[in-house]
Design a protein around this ligand. Structure first.
Ligand code: MTE
Ligand code: MO
Length: 325
């Protein structure tokens, strides 16, 4: 985010998976799963599917979490990314993230909790209890996308570790591998990438651990095999490819705050009233099918807490949100 994004990006409109095709597929899948089917699709259904076949299908229940706007097309959400471990360009992650080894994957849990240790991903995530949540993602660079994630609530996983009464914060770390992540050769950020939440923020029902996107296993550039999604905060809080979780009594370090504390505070709640020195936060470019990709993008006014105020404003009662930005 220290580097400006190029103006627009050059996907052609016909590269885009129409949302209607995804919706039809979703209805089909929901009916199929409800009928007790396994996810080996009959050939006829496969032929009709508009989504790419490269990523395994996941079984996920619909949830009430949705957004009243069109979803970003698959092609955009998987090719216009921020994942600085693979370079600072928006197209770098899609080109380079295949180098990331995501199997086997473990998550190490440390600090103020009773059940610390190293866990296999399959022991942390119940793949039979996945749900889909459609969240608006708001990047501090003043663009947004509506994204259908598949995963589980963060709180449901954190509770398994039995955090103790000293656990006031929780910190997350991305995998750190020079060999797999060519962008970490440069000290653009403090590696491993790290992020944090206050424990009550983390235990709120909204934060989500995603293992999938559009009903399929997460592509590496989107943070495979497991990434955080915190919809009322700027995108950089939604840390990808998580390998370590640490409960602490004091406020933990975050990579962006360490790189530029004036621009990136610990809380990083989406707030149209608090200006960023380089991007006005009052409005945002919407990356979605309604605008196409080659031409001008739609704009919308940015909402307080990215539209999630009803669910989270209470977490900050009495706090000066300008000071605690
Ligand atoms: N490890 C890691 N996580 C990260 C980032 C990163 O550079 N490294 N970028 C963040 C930013 S700025 C954004 S906007 C989102 C982008 O997620 P997406 O590419 O899946 O849309 O990932 C966030 N998580
Ligand atoms: Mo971002």
């Amino acid at each position: 985010m220290l580097i400006r994004h190029p103006s627009g990006f050059d996907l052609k409109d016909n590269d885009v998976t129409p949302q209607s095709a995804y919706l039809r597929r979703r209805e089909f899948l929901a009916a199929f799963v409800a009928a007790g089917g396994t996810l080996a699709l009959p050939a006829a259904a496969q032929a009709k599917r508009a989504m790419p076949d490269d990523y395994a299908l996941l079984k996920a229940a619909k949830s009430g979490y949705t957004v009243d706007d069109p979803m970003v097309p698959w092609d955009a959400v998987t090719s216009y990314n921020n994942f600085y471990e693979f370079g600072t360009g928006k197209g770098d992650p899609a080109k380079k993230a295949h180098k990331l080894i995501t199997k086997p994957w473990t998550v190490t849990v440390e600090g103020e909790a009773d059940k610390t240790g190293t866990y296999a991903l399959e022991d942390l995530i119940d793949y039979n209890a996945l749900e889909e949540r459609i969240y608006r993602h708001r990047c501090v660079e003043a663009w947004s996308m509506v994204i259908p994630w598949v995963g589980v609530p963060l709180a449901s996983v954190l509770k398994k570790f039995e955090p103790n009464s000293k656990a006031k914060f929780v910190q997350f770390f991305t995998k750190n591998s020079r060999k797999e992540m060519p962008g970490t050769f440069w000290p653009v950020l403090k590696w491993p990438y790290r992020e944090g939440l206050r424990i009550d923020e983390a235990m709120n029902p909204l934060p989500f651990l995603a293992v999938g996107l559009y009903g399929r296993v997460l592509p590496n550039q989107n943070g495979a095999p497991i990434r955080l999604v915190v919809p009322w905060k700027y995108g950089y809080k939604s840390i990808k490819s998580i390998e370590r979780i640490r409960f602490s009594e004091t406020m933990p370090e975050t990579s962006w705050n360490q790189s530029n504390a004036r621009e990136y505070g610990f809380y990083s709640n989406v707030n149209p009233l608090v200006e960023h020195p380089r991007w006005s936060q009052a409005s945002e470019r919407v990356i979605g099918p309604q605008a196409g990709f080659s031409g001008a993008l739609a704009r919308r006014d940015t909402q307080m807490f990215n539209g999630y105020a009803d669910a989270v404003a209470g977490l900050y009662a009495g706090m000066d949100l300008r000071k605690n930005h």
